[in-house]
Design a protein around this ligand. Structure first.
Ligand code: NAG
Ligand code: NAG
Length: 325
C-alpha cells in the first residue's frame, strides 16, 4: 500500500480535469495510432478515484498520450465504491462493469480495449473477459491477483471499520449462501482441504475457473482470444495467501503445484494452455510486498502491452530483459 499512500492530492484534481476534457466524439480508424482505451479495476479497500488510482491513470497518460482511461466503479460515490469492494455479490459486480463498459461511448466503439486489474480487480476483469468481452480485451495485466483464490482471509486494520464489519460476516459459515452472496473475499476463498464444499458453494471462483463438471466453452474461447494475459506475482507478498495464486498456483500446505502441472492447464478448462502455446501467457514477478508498485515497473508494462492497436506486443522488445517462466 505504500505506493498509494505516497501520492499527492494534486493527482485527484488531475483525474477530474482529464475526465471532463475527454473528447467524447473520438472514433477509431483503421490506420489510427490512438492508443486503445484502458479499463482499470481497483483492489479491496480502494476506490476508483483514490490518489493511487489517479496516479496510475496519469502514468498511463504519460506512456500513451491521448489514452482514454476508465476506472471501473460500483458506485460514483467513492465511499460506497469502497464499501462495495468488501460487500456484494461478485456476479452482480461483474455484470455492472460489463454494462457500464458497453454503455460508454468511447469504450463501446473501440475495436478492443486493454485492461489492468489490481489484486482482486484482476480476477474480476478476467471474469469480464470470460463472461462479456464486449468490447474485447486485447491485453489483460493483473498485479497480485487471486486467480486461484485465497486459503486465508486477510486481517483488517484496527481502524478500518468497513473492513471489520464486512469480515465479521465470516463468523458465519463461509460456504453459507448469506456469506457467499455478500462478502466479496469469500467468493474467491478456495481451500484445497474443503474442495468439495468449494465446488458446491463458491459463488464466483469455481465458476470463472471452470472447475465444475460442466465447462463453459465461452469462457475458454474468450481467454484464448486475448493477445496477452500478463500475471504479476509480488515476490514478498504476505497479504495474498498463497502468493502463487497470482500465477494460478495451488498450494495445499505441503506442496505447491504450478499452473502448468495442474489439470486446469493440461485439460485446458480455461484456454490458458492454448494462450500459453501462442506465447500470450506471461508469468512475471514484481519485487516486494503486495501492491508495492514502482512507477518504473508500471511504465514498462504499459509500454510493452498497451498502446495503439496496430502496435502488437510481439513487435515490441521487452525492456530490461528477464523472461517468462
Ligand atoms: C449472486 O447473484 C446471481 C445473479 O444475480 C444469482 O444468480 C446468485 O444466486 C447470487 N449468489 C448468491 C450466493 O446468492
Ligand atoms: C497436498 O497435495 C498432495 C498432492 O495432491 C497430496 O499428496 C498431499 O497429501 C496434500 N497435502 C495436504 C496437507 O492436503
Amino acid at each position: 500500500m505504500a505506493f498509494f499512500l505516497r501520492l499527492t492530492l494534486l493527482a485527484i484534481g488531475l483525474l477530474v480535469a482529464t475526465s471532463i476534457a475527454k473528447p467524447v466524439e473520438r472514433r477509431f480508424e483503421d490506420e489510427d495510432d490512438t492508443p486503445l482505451p484502458l479499463v482499470i479495476w481497483h483492489g479491496l479497500g480502494d476506490t476508483f478515484n483514490s490518489e493511487g488510482m489517479a496516479r496510475v491513470v496519469s502514468i498511463a497518460e504519460d506512456v500513451h498520450p491521448g489514452i482514454f482511461v476508465y476506472p471501473i466503479r460500483m458506485d460514483d460515490d467513492p465511499s460506497r465504491d469502497r464499501f462495495d469492494s468488501f460487500v456484494g455479490n461478485v456476479t452482480d459486480h461483474v455484470a455492472k462493469a460489463c454494462a457500464d463498459i458497453a454503455a460508454d461511448p468511447i469504450l463501446s466503439t473501440a475495436p478492443a480495449i486493454d485492461a489492468l486489474g489490481f489484486s482482486q480487480g484482476g480476477q474480476f476483469l478476467r471474469a469480464y473477459v470470460e463472461r462479456c468481452n464486449k468490447p474485447p480485451v486485447r491485453s489483460l495485466i493483473t498485479f497480485g491477483s487471486q486467480h486461484n483464490g485465497i486459503t486465508t482471509f486477510r486481517e483488517c486494520a484496527v481502524t478500518d471499520w468497513v473492513c471489520r464489519i464486512a469480515m465479521a460476516a465470516l463468523k458465519g459459515d463461509v460456504w453459507s449462501q448469506a456469506v457467499q452472496s455478500k462478502l466479496v473475499p469469500a467468493q474467491y476463498y478456495r481451500n484445497p482441504d474443503e474442495y468439495e464444499q468449494y465446488l458446491e458453494h463458491s459463488n464466483f471462483l469455481a465458476d470463472i475457473n471452470n472447475e465444475r463438471a460442466t465447462k463453459n466453452e465461452a469462457y475458454k474461447k474468450n481467454i484464448e482470444k486475448l493477445e496477452s494475459f500478463v500475471m504479476y506475482m509480488f515476490e514478498e507478498d504476505k497479504t495474498v495467501i498463497p502468493k502463487e495464486s497470482a500465477w494460478f498456483g495451488e498450494v495445499n500446505g505441503t506442496e505447491s503445484t504450478p499452473l502448468r502441472a495442474r489439470k486446469l492447464y493440461s485439460e485446458d478448462w480455461l484456454g490458458l494452455r492454448a494462450l500459453d502455446r501462442k506465447g500470450g501467457l506471461k508469468f512475471r514477478t514484481a519485487p516486494g510486498e503486495h501492491m508495492k508498485l514502482s512507477e518504473e515497473l508500471l511504465k514498462e508494462a504499459f509500454a510493452e502491452f498497451y498502446g495503439p492497436l496496430k502496435r502488437s506486443s510481439a513487435s515490441r522488445p521487452r525492456p530490461g530483459g528477464g523472461d517468462d517462466l
